[in-house]
Ligand binder design. Structure first.
Ligand code: NAD
Length: 346
């Protein structure tokens, strides 16, 4: 039977995006967030609003819920929803540690309910094209994947939980995980890892830094993921990737909402930006993600993001941390730029 009503916990940055897209699918969306008055939530598109998520679950008994709460709250809220009989779409990252993930997966099994983790990049046309090129082998075998993702420091989060490394997991867990999941989806299981993290000692404990993650895959392919949460205000959100094959390259560059997608092979460049525009420009990956989640629930088919894959992405973050090189500014008050000029550094 078609699902017509969905619960939504957390109406912050990402919850509001989900609300708009869920409504565009024609669903009734009941919401919970203690920070919003009912009238404000309803103005955003909520059908009925609750201050408390558990109250929502008891009163509405939604068949499916979308969890858009701060990451440190994922475990308890997902388990509560499963125990009230709801299937769950939970925002990435799945959780901050593997025992929390295992608890959620065990509860889902016990309750006969399903969890999908919202790795939205799986629903973006440029990434689907990359996956297709690997599957059909038209450019040969993949050799190296490099991805980049840069944003000004996000300052929107509730009580700045994103800026607190113990609540968000930090830039690699919160932000680079998009590209970690993508790399694993495209290339398989990583077996070697290294991380360079750049953070001033004065910001120790902050969840915001620059990080370069390097992965070596069982297949012999390598990946480098360059991620920054410390770009200055006004810098456009920038992301992209270069997927090098033994007979060509697929490259995507996205600055703000402007995307270019190009394929290079045997001295010929094919501009796929028009293909992207024809197939994806009018679509919204958050909408496609929710639609996929609901269709899979209705039909009993597999999610494109499995819980084991989402668990693997978190596991890779935790292993990267074990192989971290921390680059900091020298502790002296000397201008560190002097160290770049021969003869002036000590
Ligand atoms: N897929 C993406 O592109 C993407 C982007 C941003 C954030 N995220 C993820 O989404 C999650 C939320 O991030 P955000 O940036 O929206 O955070 P946010 O701080 O903007 O929003 C969190 C909301 O949860 C509410 N909240 C807190 N406790 C609550 C409770 N007990 N019941 C109901 N609501 C409660 C807060 O009031 C706030 O409105 C995180 O896991 C984050 O990693 C994903």
């Amino acid at each position: 039977m078609a699902i017509t009503k969905v619960g939504l916990a957390g109406l912050g940055y990402i919850g509001r995006k989900h609300l708009v897209q869920l409504r565009s699918l024609g669903l009734s969306v009941v919401t919970a967030d203690p920070k919003l008055e009912s009238a404000d939530a309803e103005a955003l598109g909520s059908t009925r609003h609750y201050a408390d998520f558990q109250q929502l679950l008891v009163a509405e008994q939604p068949e499916a819920v979308v969890i858009c709460l701060p990451t440190f709250m994922h475990r308890d809220s997902v388990i509560m929803a499963l125990e009230h009989g709801s299937h769950v779409l939970v925002e990435k990252p799945f959780a901050l540690c593997l025992p929390d993930i295992d608890d959620m997966m065990a509860t889902a099994k016990k309750q006969g309910r399903r969890i999908m983790v919202a790795h939205v990049c799986r629903f973006m046309g440029q990434n689907i094209k990359a996956h297709e090129l690997i599957d059909n082998g038209s450019l040969g075998c993949p050799v190296h994947f490099s991805a980049w993702r840069m944003s000004p420091t996000p300052m929107w989060s509730d009580k700045n939980w994103l800026g607190n490394a113990s609540a968000s997991g930090g830039t690699v867990m919160d932000f680079q995980i998009h590209d970690i999941d993508l790399a694993c989806w495209l290339l398989g299981e990583p077996i070697e890892m290294a991380l360079i993290k750049r953070q001033d000692s004065s910001r120790s404990g902050s969840g915001f830094f620059h990080a370069i993650g390097c992965l070596g895959f069982r297949s012999g392919v390598s990946a480098s993921l360059d991620t920054g949460h410390l770009m200055p205000a006004g810098y456009p959100f920038t992301s992209g990737f270069r997927l090098v094959f033994d007979r060509g390259v697929l490259q995507c560059d996205m600055v703000g909402f402007n995307l270019t997608l190009k394929q290079y092979e045997d001295g010929v460049m094919t501009d796929l930006t028009g293909w992207y525009g024809d197939h994806y420009a009018e679509r919204n990956p958050y909408r496609d993600e929710s639609e996929h989640f609901l269709k899979c629930l209705e039909s009993g088919t597999d999610f494109v993001v499995t819980t084991l894959e989402a668990r693997q992405a978190v596991e890779v973050v935790l292993k990267l941390r074990e192989h971290e090189i921390l680059a900091t500014r020298p502790p002296s008050d000397a201008n560190p730029c002097h160290l770049l000029q021969p003869g002036t550094g000590s």
